[in-house]
Design a binder for this molecule. Structure first.
Ligand code: CAP
Ligand code: MG
Ligand code: MG
Length: 465
């Protein structure tokens, strides 16, 4: 249907949320968004889009008498429609900063997926963005030019605190850098939180002493309420861990944006690790409702997460399209990034100042530039790559990612190794060495037993589940 005819179908309330002539939407006043929208009931795409814009900004299902001249200026505006592709573009006055939660339940839509968002500079300046970043973790660990090599302790739950810490120790002395709680691990009676913290501290001290290398543990601080979350953070800080040796893991979707931003604001000296458990309900391709991995990852950077899981781009076990996962990973890493529909600049560094923008790729320069000027840009958020990976999949993932600027955490990929966790860690380290030496992993395995055992096991494993 021609645009003018579509416009004629709008009722007065819907008209107040549409402006297909909006001049220069990237003028800095709006958060821009693009949705895949399939109208529900008898509505056409523009009517349904206007209802979404109303419900997710200032409106409801009827025009109310209480609206004011100012409130009307806060109306979100549908500014573009692509009927063929079922795409609609909506501009939100960024001062609203709405989270779209309501609209997914509206009868007026059959499908509604937030595909990409664009943040205006004024909005970027208002949000904390990351503080302690991957660059800081690299500096602490003394690890440059390769991924941070991590694991998740498995079994996911069920170990006592002493058994849990032993797995950490074995991974660390095998050469691994980083251990995380699994997302559901918290304060179970068989592994009380305080005991787990105590045992991990002891294991870390022993591993640091034995290897002479710094180590990091990411503690899941997600909890039933904020007080307990903060209590856990304080417990960890009082347990004697040196700054940099611990991260706070938060199940960001179930604990919510407030939890993420609270941690960012209270602990700017700690790596805030956003685990995205439950994201599949919103992000899977098969799901016509929700948002993409790209959108989730961009919001995590805005909210101040130091790192967020962005998926294994089809290399690991979790669903997720390669393109989507890689776009998301790059969007949170760099100062300028290309999304599905928007080019996002996370910095005010002028395009002309190209050398400066290029410098952001060198960790050191990136930090100095961004630190000495209050708002030149929003620091990087680190992709955490996890889910069904094992040492044989490290290079395939790096090849898809195009860089080694990420943390990888392999659970079964380490603890299912036929010779146990320490050998699993050694196999991971050896696979990384092979990558850095540009050596074929099978050739390298000829002189590296643990890697050879991993290759034999995980390639055989694929055939027989
Ligand atoms: C991986 C993992 C991660 C998921 C998260 C798990 O274990 O611990 O939480 O991969 O998915 O519980 O499955 P494995 P994503 O290494 O043993 O697979 O990173 O995609 O959010
Ligand atoms: Mg800032
Ligand atoms: Mg997990």
């Amino acid at each position: 249907m021609a645009k003018n005819n579509l416009l004629k179908t709008l009722n007065p309330k819907q008209m107040a949320y549409v402006n297909l002539e909006l001049k220069n939407p990237q003028n800095g006043e709006y958060l821009l968004s693009v949705f895949r929208l399939v109208p529900g009931g008898t509505l056409n795409i523009l009517q349904a889009a206007a209802e979404v814009a109303a419900e997710s900004s200032t409106g409801t299902n009827f025009k109310v008498n209480t609206e004011t001249a100012f409130s009307k200026q806060m109306n979100a505006l549908v500014y573009r429609v692509d009927q063929k592709k079922s795409l609609v573009w909506i501009a939100y006055p960024w001062r609203l900063f709405d989270r779209q939660g309501n609209v997914l339940g509206m009868k007026e839509v059959e499908a509604l997926k937030l595909l990409d968002v664009w943040f205006p500079p004024a909005m970027l300046e208002q949000y904390d963005g990351p503080s302690y970043t991957l660059d800081d973790m690299r500096k602490y660990l003394g690890v440059q030019g390769r991924p941070i090599l991590g694991t998740i302790v498995k079994p996911k739950m069920g170990l006592t605190s002493a058994e849990y810490a032993e797995v950490c120790y074995d991974f660390w002395v095998g050469g691994g850098d980083f251990v995380k709680n699994d997302e559901p691990q918290a304060d179970q009676d068989f592994c009380p939180y305080g005991k787990m913290v105590e045992h991990v501290k002891r294991a870390m001290d022993l591993a640091v002493k034995k290897t002479g290398k710094k180590k990091v543990h990411s503690f899941n601080v997600s909890a039933a309420d904020f007080d307990i979350m903060i209590e856990r953070c304080e417990m960890i800080r009082e347990a004697g861990f040196e700054p940099g040796s611990y991260a706070f893991l938060i199940d960001g979707i179930t604990a919510g944006w407030m939890a993420v931003q609270t941690l960012r604001r209270r602990y700017p000296d700690v790596f805030i690790h956003f685990h995205r458990a439950a994201h599949g309900a919103f992000t899977r391709d098969e799901n016509p409702l929700g948002f993409t991995v790209l959108v989730l990852s961009k919001f995590a950077r805005l909210a101040g997460a130091s790192g967020i899981h962005t998926g294994t781009a089809g290399v690991g076990k979790m669903a997720g399209s390669p393109e989507e996962d890689i776009i998301a990973a790059h969007a949170i890493l760099h100062l300028h990034s290309k999304g599905h529909y928007f080019e996002q600049s996370w910095a005010k560094i002028p395009e002309t100042d190209k050398d400066t923008a290029d410098l952001e790729h060198e960790d050191q320069a990136h930090r100095d530039i961004l630190r000495d000027d209050d708002w030149r840009g929003m620091k990087k958020c680190c992709p955490v790559i996890s889910g069904g990976l094992n040492p044989t999949l490290l290079k395939p993932f790096i090849d898809v990612m195009g860089n080694t600027d990420f943390i990888t955490t392999m659970g079964a990929g380490c603890h299912a190794h036929p010779k146990g966790t320490r050998a699993g860690a050694m196999a991971l380290v050896q696979a990384c060495e092979a990558y850095k030496k540009k050596a074929d992993i099978r050739k390298y395995a000829k002189s590296h037993k643990e890697l050879a055992e991993a290759i034999a096991f995980f390639t055989k494993k694929k055939k027989k589940r």
